[in-house]
Design a protein around this ligand. Sequence first.
Ligand SMILES: CC[C@H](O)CC(=O)C(=O)O
Ligand SMILES: [Mn+2]
Length: 340
Amino acid sequence: MSRDIVLTEVALRDGSHAINHQFTVEQVVEVARGLDEANVPHIEVSHGDGLAGSSLQYGLSRTHELELIEAAVSVCKQAKVGVLLLPGIGTIKDLNTAAGLGVGMARIATHATEADVSAQHIYRSKELGLTTVGFLMMSHMAAPEKLAEQAGLMQSYGADVVYIVDSAGALLPDQAGERVRALKQCLNIPIGFHAHNNLSLAMANTLVAIQEGATWIDGSVRCLGAGAGNTQTEVLLAVLDRMGIQTGVDLYKMMDLAEEIVSPILQVPQEITRDALVLGYAGVYSSFRLHAERAARKFGIDSRDILIELGRRKAVGGQEDMIVDVAAEIAQLNSSTKIR
Ligand SMILES: CC[C@H](O)CC(=O)C(=O)O
Ligand SMILES: [Mn+2]
């Protein structure tokens, strides 16, 4: 089958953030089966923060991710099930275990300027025979040339594809385009693009990325992803079809899956809430949203103030503990201002 665009569906991993890591085996089976039947080539399944993410810091999974991964693998006839791994959260041992369960793809994710920490994980993933993807998160924080240099490192370690990841949904279309162009000049492997819809730009940025040469694209069905979700897969499929771009994925099956299976999983419909908007506006990790909302309730403050301050401090993934610190500081500042 010819595919101009290679799709990775991320709802069963990025969407984990949106539902507080509460996926059940039954939900994963139903969604993975539907995706496989719709001919989606790659389905990512893991805790939202990747392998071994289940923790007090990032949020405890309701069901162990290895059970979810095994369940997804068991129902996929054509799709490769993939996992996300953030070196430092997940380890080589976790990667070995996932490969043993029949996973076919590993995405090794680092902050946009820290690709060097991915070397050993990329080497190992290649040794295991997995499709190996470098995933440069918070890409809005790195200039195009820097991002291209970091992508080059991942390519030199053996990555098959390198992704520009707009974790905060903060990129504007021209910024997305210039990043893809910069990678295109330096790499001889495919370039991927992963968007978040916090500024309502996920679709526009994805289309610009494709126009500039990105061929591996992420989406989440019904926008089931962190923050306001990702590029909505079934909508993207319809748009690409109208543009004459082949994905090989069945549009009707994806629409049915979104409506009948994924929509009931959402605790609330995915929309651009004020906190999601602030993620994109302030350049904050999409997965910080629910943590910030919990901290705001605990300290009786506005969650937007926490997110704005996190953006100002340039907090990156792995610094979730800063969310409570920032909330406590804002609460203290508010109360001392009131006393005066
Ligand atoms: C914390 C990992 C993160 O959710 C990965 C990702 O999808 C992103 O950075 O957007
Ligand atoms: Mn994401």
